[in-house]
Ligand binder design. Structure first.
Ligand code: COA
Length: 260
């Protein structure tokens, strides 16, 4: 896969997607969002890929937000469409991907950048990372799911404060809020991402995909998460992975999942 604004590398069971506009601090313009959609779609279809790591190019930024230069002149209608299209193509798409996506936040994750990190299934950060939703300082609100996912992850009060102050928090603060799971020096971030990925790839990809769905369903309007869990749990019993996982346990050996 070759793209203009992103880099995609696949090695064994691991894919790495790097947003590659370092001169613009990896700001998300329309074509970057479209390319990310194509990349995630094709990586999900590639059954060899069991984990996707997402990061930003350079040492300064994960993503410094949506590309302000692209929407500064937009009308009400265009603004609404910008948010809707972005959520559909990228933010909701990543959240609902059956392949786990880990955000490696390697610097500024602001606005759409933090919203993208929050769409990933979990986040790790380097100690220089800074996170925030500065949209109200631009006269707008977070439009790529930030008003929903930030309160889900850190609670309503802290989310309200971050959105209203448009402030930035450090990686350590983000960890204490539960927004990122680990903080490490920048040169250890990739290694940590790979270590976590290798733990995930040992398990059943089919079960992991179903767990992602059950967890996400609990946050969706009109869907009962417990019922979804019952359905996904039951469906596991019809998979080859379940047969292999339980048989391997009973035979006292490591499971070798066919991922079917
Ligand atoms: N959209 C478009 N371009 C952006 C951008 C964004 N969200 N964030 C950074 N850039 C561009 C800058 O315009 C600059 O481009 P230029 O060199 O052509 O002028 C380049 O990236 C480097 O950014 P710069 O502001 O010079 O770096 P800095 O180290 O002084 O500041 C930030 C870093 C992150 C504090 C600052 O870039 C910033 O506040 N960015 C916007 C953050 C934001 O509001 N995001 C939410 C958008 S909804």
């Amino acid at each position: 896969m070759t793209f203009e604004n992103i880099l995609v590398a696949v090695e064994d069971n691991l894919a790495k997607v790097t947003i590659n506009r370092p001169k613009k601090l990896n700001a998300l313009n329309k074509s970057t969002i479209e390319e990310l959609h194509e990349a995630f779609k094709s990586l999900e279809e590639n059954k060899d890929v069991k984990v996707i790591l997402l990061t930003g190019s350079g040492e300064k930024a994960f993503v410094a937000g949506a590309d302000i230069s692209e929407f500064a002149h937009f009308s009400v209608d265009e603004g609404g469409k910008l948010a809707a299209k972005g959520q559909e193509l990228l933010f909701d798409f990543v959240e609902n991907l059956s392949t786990p996506v880990i955000a490696m936040v390697n610097g500024f994750a602001l606005g759409g950048g933090l919203e993208l990190a929050m769409s990933c299934h979990f986040r790790i950060a380097s100690d220089n990372a800074k996170m925030g939703l500065p949209e109200t300082s631009l006269g707008v609100i977070p439009g790529y799911g930030g008003t929903q996912r930030l309160p889900q992850l850190i609670g309503k009060g802290k989310a309200m404060e971050l959105i209203m102050t448009a402030g930035m928090i450090s990686a350590d603060e983000a960890k204490s809020y539960g927004l990122v799971n680990y903080v490490v020096p920048q040169d250890e971030l990739q290694g940590l991402g790979e270590k976590l990925a290798s733990k995930i790839t040992k398990n059943s990809s089919v079960a992991i995909g179903k767990a992602i769905k059950a967890v996400n369903d609990g946050f969706k309007d009109g869907i009962n998460g417990y019922q979804s869990e019952v359905q996904q749990f039951g469906a596991c019993f019809g998979t080859e992975d379940f047969k292999e996982g339980t048989t391997a346990f009973l035979e006292k050996r490591k499971a070798d999942f066919p991922n079917k």
